[in-house]
Design a protein around this ligand. Structure first.
Ligand code: ATP
Ligand code: MG
Length: 278
C-alpha cells in the first residue's frame, strides 16, 4: 500500500555520502566560422551523492543538455573538471534517456531493450529473461514481440525506459524524458519511474521544463541560468517518500517550492532581457 507521504522526510543524509558525480567550474565555449566566440557554460558546479535524485530546470538554451553530454562523456571537457566515480566520464555505467524514444522500428520491443546487453556480449537466454523482467516492471508484459509502431507513445517511452534501465546503470541521466507525452501519460510515467527509483535508489540527474515534475520526483532541484549557463539556485525537497502524486500538488510545501523556483526562473528571464553584460 502506498503511504500518503506528505510529511517531511526524516532522513536527509544522502548529501553527506561521498559525491559520485562532481562538476567543478565547467566552462564551455563555441567559436563560429567568423571566429565569434559564444560562452555556453560559464562555470557550472554540482555534486551528486550516491542514490540522490536531482533535477535541473532552466530556460531553453541555457545548456542543460550540454551539461548532461559532459557528464556522460560525449563532450570532451575544455575547462574545469568533471568526474564520475572519481574518474573522467565515460568509464562508469551511465544510462541516458532522451525525449525521443529512439527505438529501432525494425526490432521488436524485446530486441530493442536487449540491444545494450547484446553489444556487451550477454548470452541470448539471459538477455531475453532480463528484458522480460524489465518490461514487466514497466507494465509491458505481453508486448515483448511487438514492434515499436504497434505501441502507443507512452508505451514506447516505457520501452525506452526499460532499455535505459536494463543494463542496471549506477547513474541515470535523463533529458526531458517525459516532455513529449500528454499530461495523463506523463503523470503515469512519473509514478512508474518514482516507483522504480524507490526500489533501486539509483543516482539520477533529470532535466525537465516541468517544475511540478522536478519537485515531485527529486531530492533537490537545481536552477540553471542562461548565457552562460551556470547553477543560480538550489532547492531541497524535504518531502518523505514514497510520495503520493495526487496529493502532492495540494501540499503547502510543494506550492511554496514551486513559487520559489518559478521566481528564480522569472528573475533570470528578466535579467536576460535587460542583458547581463554592459
Ligand atoms: N557543439 C555546439 N556548437 C554550437 N553551439 C552549441 C553546441 N552545443 C550547444 N550549443 C549551443 O549551446 C546552447 C545550449 O544548448 P543546450 O541544448 O545544452 O540547451 P538546453 O538548456 O538543453 O535547451 P532546451 O531546454 O531547449 O533543451 C544553445 O544555444 C546551443 O545552440
Ligand atoms: Mg536540452
Amino acid at each position: 500500500m502506498t503511504k500518503p507521504a506528505l510529511s517531511l522526510a526524516a532522513d536527509r543524509d544522502s548529501r553527506e555520502r561521498p559525491a559520485i558525480v562532481t562538476v567543478e567550474s565547467l566552462r564551455f565555449a563555441v567559436t563560429d566560422r567568423r571566429g565569434r566566440r559564444t560562452d555556453i557554460l560559464g562555470g557550472v558546479d554540482l555534486a551528486l551523492s550516491d542514490g540522490e535524485f536531482v533535477s535541473i530546470v532552466g530556460p531553453s538554451g541555457c545548456g542543460k543538455s550540454t551539461l548532461l553530454n559532459f557528464i556522460s562523456g560525449l563532450l570532451p571537457v575544455q575547462a574545469g573538471r568533471v568526474e564520475v566515480f572519481g574518474k573522467p566520464p565515460g568509464s562508469g555505467r551511465v544510462g541516458f534517456m532522451f525525449q525521443s524514444h529512439g527505438l529501432m522500428p525494425w526490432r521488436t520491443i524485446s530486441a530493442n531493450v536487449e540491444l545494450g546487453l547484446e553489444i556487451a556480449g550477454t548470452p541470448r537466454a539471459e538477455r531475453r529473461e532480463r528484458a522480460g523482467a524489465m518490461l514487466a516492471e514497466m507494465g509491458l508484459r505481453g508486448f515483448e514481440d511487438h514492434f515499436p509502431g504497434e505501441l502507443s507513445g507512452g508505451m514506447r517511452q516505457r520501452a525506452a525506459l526499460a532499455r535505459t534501465l536494463i543494463a542496471d546503470p549506477d547513474i541515470i541521466l535523463m533529458d526531458e524524458p517525459f516532455g513529449a507525452l500528454d499530461a495523463q501519460t506523463k503523470v503515469f510515467m512519473q509514478e512508474l519511474f518514482a516507483r522504480y527509483w524507490n526500489n533501486h535508489r539509483k543516482t539520477v540527474l533529470f532535466v525537465t521544463h516541468d517544475l511540478s515534475e522536478a519537485i515531485a520526483l527529486s531530492d533537490r532541484v537545481l536552477v540553471m541560468g542562461a548565457r552562460p549557463g551556470r547553477i543560480i539556485a538550489e532547492h531541497d525537497v524535504p518531502l518523505a517518500r514514497p510520495r503520493d502524486f495526487d496529493r502532492l500538488r495540494s501540499h503547502t510545501l510543494f506550492n511554496d517550492l514551486y513559487e520559489r523556483i518559478w521566481a528564480d526562473l522569472r528573475r533570470e528571464a528578466s535579467a536576460g532581457m535587460r542583458g547581463r553584460e554592459p
